[in-house]
Design a protein around this ligand. Structure first.
Ligand SMILES: [Zn+2]
Length: 145
């Protein structure tokens, strides 16, 4: 996603069943959990249409490295569906705020970053812009009308 498009985004829209899956997986994972969120930007909304739960080549409670084959396969699947990466979801055993290393990766991956505190399932969504960190809304919907 281009930085110009990201600056327009004020909320991320995700189906309830998909958000519930992300929360359940975060809750039951002892190690850090992550997922890629593919979709489309429509006006001020990042709309999630496809989620891919990460496969890992390295993983601990506070850190992971995604499997590169998984990344290639996911991006190619999304591209065939006409979708782009609009968000990255991952868990923290702590309040849902970007860590110092998250901020570095947010700079490299300018999409909406969703972080869940897996001790209480509070979720925060953020984008990093030239002006700094900005919180965006999360809209959980039952279905696409
Ligand atoms: Zn983090």
């Amino acid at each position: 996603m281009g930085e110009e498009l990201l600056e327009m985004v004020s909320r991320i829209v995700i189906l309830k069943e998909k958000m519930n899956l992300l929360l359940e997986e975060s809750k039951k994972s002892e190690k850090e959990f992550g997922a890629l969120l593919f979709g489309r930007i429509e006006g001020n909304k990042a709309i999630v249409h496809l989620i891919k739960l990460l496969r890992y080549s390295e993983r601990s409670t506070t850190h992971f490295i995604a499997d590169p084959i998984f990344l290639m396969e996911s991006f190619s699947e999304a591209e065939k569906m006409g979708l782009e990466l609009v968000g990255i979801f991952h868990s923290h055993p702590a309040p849902p705020k970007p860590s110092a290393s998250d901020l570095r990766y947010m700079e490299l991956n300018p999409v909406v970053w969703l972080i869940v505190d897996n001790t209480n399932l509070t979720v925060g969504a953020y984008v990093l812009e030239k002006g700094g960190l900005r919180q965006v809304g999360i809209e959980v919907i039952k279905n696409f009308s």
